[in-house]
Design a protein around this ligand. Structure first.
Ligand SMILES: [Zn+2]
Length: 443
């Protein structure tokens, strides 16, 4: 009997608490919603190769629609960069001399493919690029023969010296001040290496030089926020390259290591809606001939699902750069994305990556503290890098139509909503930044 009596007291206590909250909900829960602000999908606008009209034409359009974007920049082409293309290794003439005696093969190919573009001859870098393309296409012996051909020409003096200053008055070179102004307006900058080589055929020393020194120039000029992402040129998925890149940068557009993410690259024709993974990154390249209807269809596809991140890849704009789209096309397309903004979160590559990682590693607890609800959001990722606020959804008692949300000295008032699970509020909270307190507010 005594035992039953104690149980009754506990029950009475709980009932009192429920009465205090104005409902019987004892299981108040918080979840980190799938995408920021409860949207159904994410879209990232990304631009490669820093061609001039990305900044003169596309940036003003994106500003008008209030869209952020990610620019993968070739740092050696930006005025004021400390680092240019270079050969890292033994004296380069030793490499050239050796080609007269030893045919190109597995033991020397990467060194030679690194050196050929750095001898200062017109066409030398093109040999590097062509050898890289053959290698990545699996045509290894053809790549070796091409390198032999190139060095034979070098030894016979058949390649002309490159002019010393490639940047003439007709060039529209960007400078770091231009980029710094955009970096403070929500645009993300990302490394696209120093010289846009075929990284898969550089030896480790030259590969790391391209990765490290482009990072250093970005860090010096734009700060650590812009050293999060890299895109290794030509969309390479070479394992060694991706491994080296991810050792220096938290994220690459080429590959991300997450087991919860399915990645469909630009050449994939798989249906992004079929994946069973928590998230799908679906990359689509908008080329000159890509029809507007197809581009809009990509957006419709992601807006109609709940787990797809559409990563759009643009190159040239209005006649400048590879496969240019016109400014008019971009304007129409951005307007279409804007019209679906209630379902689509437009964010930088960095922010979407951070959101997914923070959410997947996030832990959230919900407890009652007197008349308030206290929510705690934490993760074990590097606190310096991963401080993107996440969107939380917390159940609230009925009779809380308006809720005050406070974290540190940040406060907001939000209206509660209701679905089949009951009343709830959604709001943003920063991980590892102290508890979030929810309180009932007068209507
Ligand atoms: Zn590129």
């Amino acid at each position: 009997m005594k035992h039953e009596y104690q149980t009754l007291i506990v029950l009475a206590g709980l009932t009192g608490l429920a009465a205090q909250f104005g409902c019987g909900r004892e299981d108040l829960r918080t979840e980190i919603v799938k995408w920021q602000d409860g949207k159904a999908a994410a879209v990232s606008l990304t631009y490669d190769d820093n061609s001039a009209n990305q900044f003169r034409v596309a940036v003003p359009l994106m500003r008008r629609f209030d869209f952020p974007a990610t620019f993968h920049v070739i740092t050696g082409e930006i005025e004021g960069s400390r680092y240019q293309g270079a050969f890292i290794g033994r004296p380069i003439q030793d490499v050239v001399r050796e080609t007269a005696r030893i045919a190109t093969g597995p033991g020397n190919f990467f060194e030679r493919a690194s050196a050929i573009g750095r001898l200062g001859f017109t066409g030398g870098f093109d040999y590097h690029l062509r050898a890289g393309e053959l290698f990545e296409d699996g045509k290894i012996n053809e790549a070796y023969r091409l390198i032999d051909e190139a060095f034979a020409k070098v030894r016979a003096g058949l390649l002309r010296r490159e002019p010393v200053s490639p940047a003439g008055p007709g060039d529209h070179r960007l400078n770091w001040d231009d980029l710094k102004a955009l970096a403070t307006q929500g645009f993300e900058f990302s490394s696209h290496t120093i010289t846009h080589p075929r990284l898969a055929v550089l030896d480790d020393a030259n590969l790391d030089y391209e990765l490290e020194k482009s990072r250093e120039d970005i860090l010096d000029h734009l700060g650590p926020k812009h050293t999060f992402t890299i895109e290794c040129p030509f969309g390479t998925e070479d394992e060694r390259v991706v491994r080296h890149a991810l050792a220096l940068y938290p994220a690459s557009r080429n590959r991300l290591p997450e087991p919860f993410l399915e990645e469909l690259d630009r050449s994939s024709d798989k249906d992004p809606a079929i994946s069973s993974k928590e998230y799908v990154q679906w990359q689509r390249g908008a080329l000159t001939a890509t029809p507007m209807s197809q581009m809009k269809g990509w957006v419709d596809t992601v807006a109609g699902r709940d787990n797809i991140w559409l990563v759009l890849v643009f190159h040239g704009v209005d006649g400048i750069g590879w496969e240019p789209k016109t400014g008019a096309e971009l304007e129409e397309y951005f307007g279409y994305i804007k019209s679906l903004e209630s379902r689509i979160w437009v964010a930088t590559f960095q922010d979407v990556t951070k959101y997914m990682r923070e959410r997947m590693q996030g832990r959230v607890t919900t407890v009652r503290k007197g008349k308030a609800i206290e929510v705690d959001l934490r993760h074990d990722l590097s606190a310096e890098i991963y401080d993107l606020p996440l969107t939380l959804r917390t159940d609230v008692p009925s009779g809380w139509p308006s809720v005050g949300v406070r974290q540190g000295d940040r406060t907001a008032n939000v209206k509660s909503a209701r679905d089949n699970r009951g009343p709830y509020v959604t709001y943003q909270a920063t991980p590892n930044a102290g508890p979030v307190t929810l309180t009932k507010r007068p209507n």
